[in-house]
Design a protein around this ligand. Structure first.
Ligand code: MD6
Ligand code: FE
Length: 216
C-alpha cells in the first residue's frame, strides 16, 4: 500500500494483463481473517447449486454491495443474501484498499470493487473451468486473494478447450487479471489435504470485483 519491500521479482506474469503478486497479502492475513469471522457470522458460507443441478464443492458467501450467487435459475449478482433476505455484510475498507493496491501494481489504476466473493475449500474441493462473465463491465480487473492451504490454479485461454497453465497459489498470494486476460477460463484442482497454521484445514479465496456499473 506504499513503495515498500515488495520487490518486482515477486511478480509472476500469467498473461499480458494477468499476474500473481506473491505474498502481497501476507502482512494483512490475520486482519483479513478477523474481518471474515465477522462477515461470516452474518452470512455463513454455504454450498450453492449450479443451474445444472450440481452442488458446488466450495462453500461460498459474499460481502459488499453485490454478491455472486447461483441456483437452479442461474448465476447472478444480487444485493441481498438469498438465505435471509438481508444485505450482504459491508466490504471492509482493508479489502478495498488491498485490492486497489494490487490492481495498481498490475497496471489497473482506480479499481473500486463493489463485490467480494469468498470461497472456502475443504480438502478435495475444487472449482471447474469457468469464465467470470456475470459482471457488467469487463474493463475492470478481478483481484483474487489466497489464504490457507496452497492450491493448483489452472489458467487457460479464451476457449474452454485451450490448454491450461498451472500455477500454485499460496497463502498471501494475490492474482490480478483484466484487459485481454479478463475472460480467460480458469479453475482450481482438488485441494490437497493439510493444515495451515493460521487458517486450518482449508483454503480461502477472496475475489474482488467491480460487478455493477461504476458510478463516477
Ligand atoms: C479460486 N478463483 O481461486 C477461484 N476468478 O479459488 C476464481 O475463480 C477467480 O481467482 C476470477 C479471478 C480470479 C480468481
Ligand atoms: Fe473465477
Amino acid at each position: 500500500m506504499q513503495a515498500d519491500l515488495f520487490a518486482d521479482d515477486h511478480r509472476i506474469a500469467l498473461g499480458p494483463h494477468a499476474c500473481v503478486l506473491r505474498g502481497l497479502a501476507l502482512p494483512w492475513a490475520e486482519a483479513i481473517l478477523q474481518a471474515l469471522a465477522d462477515i461470516e457470522a452474518g452470512a455463513p458460507p454455504r454450498q450453492m447449486i449450479t443451474p445444472g443441478g450440481f452442488t458446488m464443492s466450495a462453500a461460498i458467501t459474499n460481502c459488499g454491495a453485490l454478491g455472486w450467487t447461483t441456483d437452479r435459475q442461474g448465476y447472478r449478482y444480487r444485493p441481498d443474501d438469498p438465505q435471509n433476505g438481508q444485505a450482504w455484510p459491508p466490504l471492509p475498507a482493508l479489502f478495498s484498499r488491498l485490492a486497489a493496491d494490487a490492481a495498481a501494481r498490475a497496471g489497473f489504476d482506480g479499481f473500486r470493487p463493489d463485490a467480494c466473493l469468498i470461497n472456502h475449500y475443504a480438502p478435495g474441493a475444487r472449482m471447474s473451468l469457468h469464465q467470470d462473465s456475470n459482471e457488467q463491465d469487463f474493463t475492470a480487473p478481478i483481484v483474487s486473494v489466497s489464504l490457507g492451504l496452497p492450491a493448483v490454479f489452472l489458467f487457460g485461454g479464451l476457449r474452454r478447450d485451450d490448454r491450461t497453465a498451472r500455477v500454485l497459489l499460496q497463502h498471501g498470494d494475490i492474482a490480478v487479471w483484466g484487459g485481454a486476460d479478463r475472460l480467460r477460463f480458469h479453475g482450481v484442482l482438488p485441494l490437497a489435504d493439510g493444515r495451515h497454521p493460521l487458517v486450518g484445514r482449508q483454503r480461502i479465496n477472496l475475489t474482488l470485483r467491480q460487478a455493477g456499473h461504476q458510478v463516477k
